[in-house]
Design a protein around this ligand. Sequence first.
Ligand SMILES: [Zn+2]
Length: 285
Amino acid sequence: MNSILTSGIKINDNLNKDNIIVAKLIIWNNKNVTENRSTIFYKDWFDRGIQCFEHLFDYRNNTFYNFETFSYLYDIPKNDFFKYFKVISAIPPEIKLQLSIDGIILNSRTSLVESILKTKHVNKLLYNNLQIAVDKLTAEIKWESIFIDTNLSLEWKLIYKIIYTTTIDTILRNFQHKLVMRILPTNALLYKYVTSNICEQCNCFEETIEHMFWDCQITQNLLLNLNIFLANKNINIDYKKIDIMFGLSSNSPYSCMYNYLIILMKNLLFTMKIRKIPPTFQLFF
Ligand SMILES: [Zn+2]
């Protein structure tokens, strides 16, 4: 495991020679993060998904999470406080500064480190990844063909950013990221492995991402109920399909709150589908 991690760091170093993305560098066994000249590696934290600097950094206020938030986010025991303090103290100020300068960067490279950790064929993987970096992401091309009237090519940065500014909950962030990358396991995607590609909720249409989170009558009912609920509180949101998929980007004071509710709702739809339970508005609230 250590040698794989070290190779990951080296690859990251090379990858980013010209344009270092500090947020994506691995914390563990990193020669820049040392205590008494020793690098640090907490396997139990690593197993909880804490791998890169961005996993410790709170982009809302440009500082590292305080221990309480960190412990809540990753379900870390309270008595790990000193371990957290040790890591944060070991991170050099240049890295912290660079994290706040770079801001939120979330794109296909997010999964690169994770993939490197899982693969033995690093060279091939790296080659493929560089190809992806040059070519446009398949998911982005697909979305652009769906929302042909919107110039989505200018919006990607914002779409990835909304994921991080809407919620600090890593489960919801991962969920929305998978939705944007079109890698959520819908029946249409899993058709080779499941018996039907039909929507589990309405049993009428092919279960694609667009169907599950917009076209399906069950989803439309949930959205309608949510908007009636908000309208009763004098909050009127004008939403379109694209807003439900990626979030509202307007400066309305309610955008962030609405985006959060929509991610929650989509996550509920997805979870209920897997559990084969019909989603209702009562379940949502
Ligand atoms: Zn349906």
